[in-house]
Design a protein around this ligand. Structure first.
Ligand code: GLN
Length: 500
């Protein structure tokens, strides 16, 4: 017998005092995560720019290659450490305290980066990665715990939560980008007798202040979460310190392996083969729990493929924006980096329609594996859409319609896969493994990020035919995965055993 992964008391069904008629705890988690993502994306937007800027202008003077390596390892680690964070919450401190301590560590990390030195920079990156590992999976499981197993509002709740993520992300690049790079702010610093090139560190500090706002919200509204995320009871066996050590070692080993895969692509293929083997191994075991784990693994593979395309926004797509797109709006030339916020803007525009759609469809909505298949379809379409754009670059820079369309398709796909994935993990996971399963969900993002880097390495901005091929080949791979997943939907639904 599997207990549903929801500790929401039946009373939560009647709590409609939060955002959009959802439990009040959703409002708390919405704003906490909004500020956490503000800090994450605000700093991330500047990370490569800061590392590659020369020392005389306040940067670190790293080469492009070194910066890209630090960036890749950092973004992967942030998501990869979610497994450790989930395990700690499940077995030691519970989600509520994990989110609190995660937030404190993240804020300390950003404040460390506000101090101008290479040592505090790396210390800060490490702290943010550890803190995010504690906060990100556990705040997501707490959203799920606000709803009982029957509560139809769950998917809609995750869509609203996702809007908070993107409100934070949208504001982050505008605010932190302004502080770090705008002439006017540098002049202001100079006017105060401070170093104008210290502007980077003011921006990192702003990220820390954002996280601090998030912590205040979380603490001030703690009573709205009183019923979820409690620490697990201490059993006679005590706390599993040995297993904790294993999870820690395993996470570090995986980071090491993925760093090695840069020069050894067969490692990536071997990882996919191992995952397919794991699906089969779990699917044919008799217990319901094993079959649900097999279902989680199928969705895990689909999510990795999805993120491998989607997370190229910051690499191949940003090069397309910089080199091949005419970045003018009503005659005003805007920085290509602004394209990074279009995805968040689309999420915000689409959040309400999606929340409405799920409520409207109610029990008639597609199953989660079907939604995942549609998510893959849309992310594949985003690259199909870019094939004519690539060909048109033969005649010069292309108009903004192409990237607007690309981000539209990708965001529709993201709305079908990402919030739905979060929600489904909370439904499929056995209660005692909830945090761990959420960590596994973010592992898909970690591996996808790394894969996105490998794929983006083939980007070619000087040969339109090769560029069209770049988009076509990846669209074909995703197309194949989409067809396979649609074909597997009935089987995965059976594995899920009643969970939609
Ligand atoms: N953009 C979303 C967030 O920051 C999803 C990231 C992910 O899971 N890869 O939460």
């Amino acid at each position: 017998m599997i207990s549903p992964a929801t500790s929401g008391s039946p009373a939560s069904l009647h709590d409609t005092g939060g955002l959009g008629g959802h439990p009040r705890g959703l409002t708390t988690l919405f704003f906490t995560e909004m500020w956490e993502r503000f800090s994450y994306y605000g700093m991330r937007a500047l990370l490569v720019l800061f590392m590659t800027t020369e020392v005389a202008k306040g940067g670190l003077g790293f080469t492009d290659k070194t910066s890209a390596a630090v960036y890749g390892t950092y973004t992967m680690s942030v998501y990869l450490l979610s497994i450790l964070g989930g395990f700690i919450a499940d077995n030691f401190i519970g989600s509520r305290r994990a989110v609190l301590w995660g937030g404190v560590i993240i804020a300390s990390g950003h404040y460390a980066m506000a101090v101008p030195s290479t040592a505090t920079f790396f210390l800060g990156l490490g702290l943010v990665a550890i803190g995010t590992g504690l906060l990100k999976p556990n705040i997501s499981t707490m959203v799920g715990s606000l709803y009982s197993a029957e509560d139809e509002r769950r998917d809609a709740g995750f869509s609203i939560f996702y809007m908070g993520i993107n409100l934070g992300a949208l504001a982050a690049s505008i605010v932190c980008g302004y502080l770090a790079q705008a002439e006017s702010f540098r002049n202001f610093l100079g006017g105060l007798g401070l170093s104008p090139y210290g502007s980077w560190h003011w921006a990192f500090g702003a990220a820390g202040i954002g996280m601090t706002f998030g912590l205040f919200t979380y603490l001030r509204r703690a009573s709205t979460l009183a019923h979820v995320g409690q620490a697990p009871a201490l059993t006679a066996a005590g706390r599993p310190w040995g297993k904790l050590g294993l999870v820690l070692l395993g996470s570090l080993a995986l980071i090491g392996i993925m760093v090695l895969s840069d020069s050894r692509p067969w490692i990536v293929l071997a990882l996919f083969a191992a995952q397919i083997a794991a699906v089969l191994a779990f699917a044919f075991r008799p217990s319901e729990e094993s079959r649900r784990i097999a279902a989680i693994l199928v969705l895990f593979i689909a999510a990795q493929i999805f993120w491998a395309i989607f997370e190229q926004a910051g690499s191949s797509i940003s090069l397309f924006a910089e080199r091949l797109t005419d970045n003018h709006l009503f005659g005003y030339a805007f920085p290509s980096a602004w394209w990074q916020s279009i995805n968040s803007a689309w999420v915000i525009a689409l959040a309400a329609p999606f929340a409405w759609l799920w409520i409207k469809l109610g029990a008639k909505q597609p199953s989660s594996p079907a939604k995942f298949a549609f998510g893959l379809l849309f992310v594949g379409l985003s690259f199909v859409w870019m094939i004519p754009a690539a060909k048109l670059t033969a005649e010069g820079k292309v108009g903004p319609i192409w990237l607007l369309g690309l981000f539209f398709f990708q965001t529709v796909g993201e709305m079908l896969l990402s919030p739905v994935g979060l929600s489904t993990m909370t439904k499929l996971a056995p209660a005692r493994l909830l945090g761990l399963v959420m960590g596994i969900w973010f592992l898909a993002a970690a591996l996808g990020n790394k894969l996105a880097g490998v794929l983006a390495g083939e980007f070619n901005s000087s040969d339109p035919a090769a560029l069209a091929d770049f988009f076509l080949q990846q669209a074909l791979i995703v197309g194949g995965a989409t067809v396979a997943l649609f074909a597997l939907v009935p089987w995965v639904k059976r594995l899920m055993g009643g969970v939609r």
